[in-house]
Design a protein around this ligand. Structure first.
Ligand SMILES: Nc1ncnc2c1ncn2[C@@H]1O[C@H](COP(=O)(O)OP(=O)(O)OP(=O)(O)O)[C@@H](O)[C@H]1O
Ligand SMILES: [Mg+2]
Length: 508
């Protein structure tokens, strides 16, 4: 019997009439019962290859052999019938329905003519129990954490009988705790005889959980490793084609006058719950303040208040260069010189249906990119876009391609470029390297530190502690809406930050 559950041979896929070659000639061999990692730079072609496997795209050429037989997968339902299921990075659940209702969308169990929701609930409980998913069938999806929603996606494909499960960057949006739980679930799946393929940019994670690794570069499979024989450096080298620095040297910069002053601010979320309580801090010229904390501790609401998306309650004050900016319009904030790389690029930063140039100009189309008050200067936008595409290594070099058609990491580079290149004195970078490959992490970190060298004030919010440690001069830690401590980089350790994240105190 074939030891491979799946072999993809010489897969080629082009887009835009052949202009974009997403998969050039890729070979992928997956053993039955293994955990196989696919790694590669942003835009290398990983998601495209997996979408071909799931029947969302047809390959331009190449063969797929599944359980020893050559097959054609012309639609996700065919993939599901074969036992192939995919958990996408952007979930496809209906927020206003319960877990059980979401589960049965499209495969409704019937009792006579009626929908059998009781059976659906019982099924959720059974399958959830078998794989340690711990899901409440009656919960509304909109009330669930990202980690929980991901479990429902897993449950959904298990329901449809998946044997080969594909995860596209499953941990990019998870907290460290949720990530650990996902690893456990993956182990349960393996012990039940399933096979797992996962894409990840986190090399520690790839080394910790995979059996074998395939490296894709510019649409080709360039290397394979047995994980037990691989190192982080070896994989990085194969991915990028050069050695990668994992820590960037922080430049020595004179810390100047106070740029941002936050005094006693409190912020309520949309449901009227106080999420930030009486927070004060400041950031100076040439200084990077890192903001750490378990996700949901108030970081998001704090940033939303700083960027004018949420109101700060009475009694608090935010100042930029000495001028009060709390509760002023977004336009005024922009003019005052706040740049913002938001944590959720789809919701806050970009318009997928607009092309790259238009997204570059967003927010500045009426100012520096306007000819007179009424006309947009497309020539100028195009020139600037080309310049930044090259500077920030955005791929492919197609200024007129729709934003949504760029790979995840390249979308992020576009937002970083736009925000850093606009006139600013204070930069908020929230999860600046989420979904970005290791080479690009290195370059985004360098770009941020260059801004520090220019004397900008920076606030870096990240769920990656290594990122915070790498970039910050001081580290503020949030817990339950308050700042539980601010540490100098020199005295900060992961352990101390962990204590503050849990609301503890550091004894000197
Ligand atoms: N529908 C599409 N139309 C045009 N180009 C596309 C389309 N889908 C993907 N591409 C292009 O194909 C290439 C590969 O994209 P893909 O999403 O597979 O990359 P990836 O390896 O998953 O990258 P990332 O790590 O950033 O997610 C990219 O250059 C991308 O812009
Ligand atoms: Mg991808």
């Amino acid at each position: 019997m074939d030891q491979y559950i799946l072999r993809m041979e010489n897969i080629r896929k082009t887009f835009a009439g052949g202009k974009v070659v997403a998969n050039d000639c890729i070979n992928l061999n997956i053993l039955k019962g293994e955990k196989h990692a696919i790694v590669g730079e942003n835009g290398a072609g990983k998601s495209t290859l997996m979408k071909i496997l799931n029947g969302l795209y047809q390959p331009t050429s190449g063969k797929i052999i599944f359980n020893g037989k050559e097959i054609i997968i012309d639609g996700p339902s065919i993939a599901a019938e074969l036992g192939i299921g995919m958990v996408y990075q952007h979930f496809m659940l209906v927020p206003t329905l319960t877990v059980a209702e979401n589960m049965i969308l499209g495969v409704e169990p019937k009792k006579g003519l009626l929908l059998d929701l009781n059976k659906a609930r019982q099924d959720v409980i059974n399958v959830s129990h078998k794989y340690g998913l711990d899901i409440d069938p009656n919960a509304l999806v909109k009330d669930l954490s990202v980690g929980m929603q991901q479990r429902i996606e897993i449950l959904k494909i298990l329901f449809k009988g998946a044997n080969l499960l594909v995860f596209d960057e499953p941990t990019a949006v998870l907290t460290p705790q949720e990530t650990k739980e996902l690893y456990k679930i993956i182990d349960n799946l393996i012990s039940e005889g399933k096979t797992i393929i996962f894409i990840s940019h986190k090399l520690e994670e790839v080394l910790a959980i995979s059996d074998n690794i395939t490296v894709i570069r510019r649409g080709k499979d360039v290397d394979n490793f047995k994980t037990s024989k691989a190192t982080k450096e070896m994989i990085a080298n194969a991915m990028v084609g050069r050695a990668v620095l994992f820590t960037t040297k922080r430049p020595i910069v004179k810390i100047g006058k106070e740029i941002l002053t936050v005094k006693n601010i409190s912020v309520k979320n949309n449901f009227g719950v106080m999420k930030v309580e009486n927070v004060s801090f400041s950031i100076r010229e040439g200084e990077v303040l890192g903001l750490a904390g378990v996700e949901g501790s108030g970081q998001t609401e704090l940033i939303e208040a700083l960027t004018g998306l949420m109101k700060s309650e009475k009694g608090g004050e935010i100042k930029l260069n000495g001028n009060i900016i709390s509760n002023v319009s977004r336009r005024k904030l922009n003019d005052a010189g706040i740049a913002h790389i938001p944590e959720d690029r789809h919701k806050r930063a970009a318009i997928s249906q607009y092309n790259l140039m238009e997204n570059f100009a967003l927010g500045q189309h009426a100012t520096i990119y306007s000819k007179n008050k009424f006309l947009i200067n497309f020539e100028k936008i195009k020139n600037a876009t080309m310049k930044y595409i090259l500077k920030y290594d955005v791929r492919p070099i197609e200024p007129e391609l729709k934003f949504g058609k760029f790979s995840g990491g390249n979308q992020q580079k576009v937002i970083v470029a736009r925000e850093l290149e606009k006139k600013n004195v204070f930069i908020i970078a929230a999860q600046p390297t989420r979904g970005v490959d290791i080479g690009a992490i290195e370059s985004i970190h360098k770009m941020l530190l260059l801004e520090k060298e220019k004397g900008k004030a920076l606030l870096v919010v990240s769920s990656e502690l290594s990122e915070i440690m790498n970039l910050s001069d001081r580290i503020a830690v949030m817990c339950a809406g308050r700042i539980s401590g601010i540490l100098d980089r020199a005295e900060a350790t992961e352990e101390k930050i962990g204590i503050l994240m849990a609301g503890g105190k550091i004894n000197e």
